[in-house]
Design a protein around this ligand. Sequence first.
Ligand SMILES: Cc1cc2nc3c(=O)[nH]c(=O)nc-3n(C[C@H](O)[C@H](O)[C@H](O)COP(=O)(O)OP(=O)(O)OC[C@H]3O[C@@H](n4cnc5c(N)ncnc54)[C@H](O)[C@@H]3O)c2cc1C
Length: 407
Amino acid sequence: MKNAVQFDLGVAGGGPAGLAAALGLASTGCRVALVAPPTTHPDNRTAALFTGSLQLLRSLGVWEECRAEATAVRAIRIIDDMGGLLRAPEVVFSAADVGLDAFGYNIPNAVLTRALHAKAAASADRITVIETTVAAVEPGEHSVRLRLDNGREIDVTLLAGADGRNSLSRAAAGITTQTWRYEQSALTCTFSHQRPHAGVSTEFHRPAGPLTVVPSPGNASSLVWVDRPAIAQRLAALDEADFRQTLQARLQGLLGPIGEISTRAVFPLSGLTVDAAGRNRVALIGEAAHVVPPIGAQGLNLGFRDAAILTDCVADAQRAGLDIGGAQMLDAYARARRMDIASRAWSIDLLNRSLLSGFLPVQLMRGLGVHALKAISPLRRLVIREGLAPSFVSPRLMREDAATPAP
Ligand SMILES: Cc1cc2nc3c(=O)[nH]c(=O)nc-3n(C[C@H](O)[C@H](O)[C@H](O)COP(=O)(O)OP(=O)(O)OC[C@H]3O[C@@H](n4cnc5c(N)ncnc54)[C@H](O)[C@@H]3O)c2cc1C
């Protein structure tokens, strides 16, 4: 391995999870190579991020940049729009129920990525940003060799594979996946409206999937409309006036007349879990490790927990004088992520399938569940708290007393 440049850690992928991992890992004092190709298409999605993720952004020193374009989500309203005989009651989960001012903040993905990338670029003493793609990943006994598309080669002791759902790092590490598809796609855009959203995110539970509007700055909201793939494509192809009319009808007057609408994008829904989040000097981060449908705003919150927990595991290994890419560190990381990832993937899948099911007993169970949440305050509080973050996961960078890291 003569010509390769050596780094302690490598991160493959410059999505929000990879960028957060690079900044978190650099806070351990390691030298990090971030291999991230330039963005080719704008991401029009927003992400609702909960307390732990927001604390991570604070710890990484990017919250102020994000804050200006973030909107507080103070309550979540669920409306049964199933059209069935057993209509569940409308339920409102309020942040005040659990003593919080807000559940979290809705932030455009483009803003998040820009702020994280700028911070990584400004941390040149610890992070080397290499704007290209990883062409090959070759795990060895003591290091992983990365062959890059620009012809360079680098060796790292540990690779954080944050290269998305079709992860090359994952395949190279021999980590196997379980994947599944949903006969659903999500249509996304942002739109302005006349009535204020008052910080309330609303989910219409519909037979083909939920339609969710999440507060954005001013009188605007972001839309995640889950429907059958053909319908999502048809909605995306409608001219603006027809789309406005269709959306207005679906929202049942909730936000008043709709004004400007951004470009629309369609995301086919699928699920993915891995047999282990780390092996052979590769630790998986973000959608390389898990893909879940956009229900309950869990995906990136999970990805940020991956980044924060990997940082803890590397710091613990350093302190104990262990190999930071060795089997002991990777086993600890995989163990720490297993339950969180499995429980989120399972519960989102269950909720999604309960909406899709036309089977009366399933609809009845779902309706009873919603009734129970409305009627029983301690149950509602428990569901809210666990939805925001699992009680068994508390990485250092997500704690309020987290020291601001070095970069
Ligand atoms: C409609 C929708 C709404 C959502 N809303 C929310 C929400 O409200 N809250 C929430 O928490 N989550 C939400 N999510 C999930 C969230 O968007 C994803 O979890 C997140 O974008 C994944 O980030 P990532 O960094 O893991 O992956 P990506 O953003 O896919 O980044 C992977 C990166 O790796 C790069 N890459 C790929 N191959 C290579 C290679 N060989 N070498 C180097 N780089 C490579 C790619 O270019 C890309 O930049 C939503 C998802 C959808 C579809």
